[in-house]
Ligand binder design. Structure first.
Ligand code: HEM
Length: 209
């Protein structure tokens, strides 16, 4: 099997690893003093880490010229959704004990939960339309819809900031990486934007044809 072909299964295994580790730790009673919080936080953290890795695919492709990396993007995006679902499930299960009234009240009352929930809701159409069939059906609108990933990334980072009470190292690092990734997008956008046509003077330069 070539290196290129191995890359996808290896990425898949790496993305499943955080979940396997947490299950293993659970079996070994090694989830710390508050296992519920450990699971909730770990799933949320991996959702945001993989989100940043997904947003790095385009810069890696452009800067290294390695086109094959683009084939990992869909899988990475779906892993973001997978970990957000597990994060939400941990919240519903271990934080709220499936008390739907309390969950609704919490989503309305606590702004960082409202923001997290809105981020989750915005991720749903991206996950649903991630297949080739929807890509072909939506055409240009697909690209537009998938640009939602940028506000989603900003909202997820704010959610992380908002829930942090003491050590801001992690959310600050996430915000810095995200800023760099978004700034790179802006540069690409302005490079691609057609330049306004300059009014021609009567004088011809040596490069004119
Ligand atoms: C479905 C709606 C969501 C709910 C109800 C929710 C709820 C929570 C809760 C209760 C915490 C833990 C707060 C604490 O430890 O005191 C948390 C932390 C976190 N959430 Fe969410 N969240 C949601 C969506 C998201 C999304 C969409 C992302 C990212 C894509 C995300 C990323 C995080 C991160 C990174 C943390 C901090 C983890 C850490 O402390 O290491 N959450 N969330």
């Amino acid at each position: 099997m070539s290196f290129q072909k191995l890359f996808k299964p290896v990425t898949f295994v790496l993305c499943v690893l955080p979940l396997l580790l947490i299950v293993l730790k659970g079996f070994n009673n090694n989830l710390g003093v508050n296992p519920a919080e450990t699971i909730l936080d770990t799933m949320g953290s991996w959702a945001i880490y993989i989100l940043l890795i997904t947003l790095s695919v385009t810069p890696i492709r452009k800067l290294t010229g390695w086109g094959g990396v683009i084939r990992l993007r869909r899988m990475l995006g779906l892993f973001v959704f997978f970990y957000v679902c597990l994060h939400f499930l941990s919240y519903i299960w271990f934080d709220q004990y499936f008390d739907w009234n309390e969950i609704l009240k919490d989503i309305i009352k606590r702004p960082f939960i409202t923001l997290g929930f809105a981020t989750f809701v915005l991720l749903i159409p991206l996950a649903v339309t991630s297949n080739n069939r929807m890509m072909l059906r939506l055409k240009k609108r697909w690209k537009l819809l998938h640009q939602l990933i940028y506000p989603i990334a900003i909202m997820a980072t704010l959610h992380f900031f908002w829930m942090t009470r003491a050590d801001y190292t992690q959310p600050v690092m996430i915000a810095m990486i995200l800023s760099a990734l978004l700034a790179y997008r802006l540069v690409l956008y302005y490079q691609k934007k057609p330049q306004p046509v300059r009014k021609q003077s009567g004088h011809r330069s040596s490069t004119d044809r």
